[in-house]
Design a protein around this ligand. Structure first.
Ligand code: NAD
Length: 269
């Protein structure tokens, strides 16, 4: 029940009806008898600046999860950013400090790594391919680089996005070997689809069938797409005997990162 004492967190985006954070966080708060709720906020872009200013004065609100389309546009409006959020120019969570200052972070990549660790994948020293150099692909590539992968290849039809991400990674991880999409998947430890390809039952694969022929059972295959849970890529990977990680597993694993940054849950929930 919401009372006068109840503390708030929020998720901000538009549209908002599709997000799962309210169920996930509120179920957890209820299970802990924690006097806290997460509310969904469907906000018009024109009101964003005014809203962010209001957050600074909102005493019983601890923070805000950020989703599309505001992950990039919020960056210049905040008071400070974590190193990775500044590098990625993207935030997916804001903490309101006691003095009203707003600090932004991006834990999309940590959520991915959290799920991968839980599934037993160790990133250090591995060779990985990240398909999709957009918001989530950039966050995952950054987290994998920070976790010490040895070789990181990028595949995205947008040369501009690929180059922009490669530049960020070169700046922050100078010893990392950054490569273009490989001509064979043999020897790869991890293949991640971080593009929307495969979403909504289209049956599409994010790489050519010819290239996917070279996928072998020792490669871990992960997808960020949440619906369907088993994407065409994951189905193909399973048929080849690969270990897989789904989009919902990544989303679930990220809850603790989001909650801990806002100061309302432990890291491991
Ligand atoms: P985005 O629009 O920022 O980036 C998508 C990128 O994919 C673009 O750079 C685009 O050029 C690229 N792309 C398109 N087709 C491609 C192809 N065939 N091969 C390689 N790259 C291709 O989108 P985003 O915010 O990064 O979101 C990507 C997906 O991640 C969405 O489906 C979103 O729902 C999902 N997502 C999942 C989670 C989770 O926790 N599981 C969290 C956030 C987002």
């Amino acid at each position: 029940m919401v009372r006068g004492t109840t503390r708030l967190v929020a998720i901000l985006g538009t549209p908002i009806a599709q997000v799962k954070s309210p169920e996930n966080f509120n179920t957890w708060f209820a299970s802990q008898n924690q006097d806290q709720v997460l509310i969904p906020i469907d906000m018009d872009g024109q009101s964003l600046e005014t809203f962010i200013q209001a957050l600074r004065g909102w005493h019983n609100l601890d923070g805000c999860v950020v989703t599309v389309p505001y992950k990039q546009s919020l960056v210049p409006l905040l008071d400070s950013l974590s190193e990775r959020a500044a590098a990625l120019k993207s935030v997916n969570v804001i903490r309101r400090e006691a003095n009203g200052k707003l600090l932004g972070d991006n834990v999309d990549g940590e959520g991915f790594l959290n799920a991968a660790r839980k599934n037993g994948f160790q990133a250090a020293g591995t060779s990985v391919l990240v398909v999709g150099a957009g918001g989530v692909g950039s966050a995952i590539a950054y987290a994998l680089a920070a976790a010490g992968v040895a070789r990181l290849a990028l595949s995205d039809p947008s040369a501009e996005r690929t180059e922009a991400l490669a530049n960020v990674l070169r700046t922050h991880f100078p010893s990392l070997s950054i490569e273009r999409a490989p001509t064979s998947l043999a020897g790869l430890n991890l293949l991640v689809n971080a593009s929307p390809v495969g979403m909504g039952g289209t049956g599409e694969l994010p790489l050519s069938r010819e290239l996917l022929e070279s996928l072998s059972a020792h490669t871990w295959v992960a997808d960020v797409v949440t619906s369907p849970e088993i994407t065409p890529l994951l189905a193909l990977a399973q048929s080849k005997g690969c270990a897989i990680q789904t989009g919902p597993q990544m989303a679930r694993a990220q809850l603790g990162n989001l909650g801990a940054f806002m100061g309302v849950t432990p890291l491991d929930i």
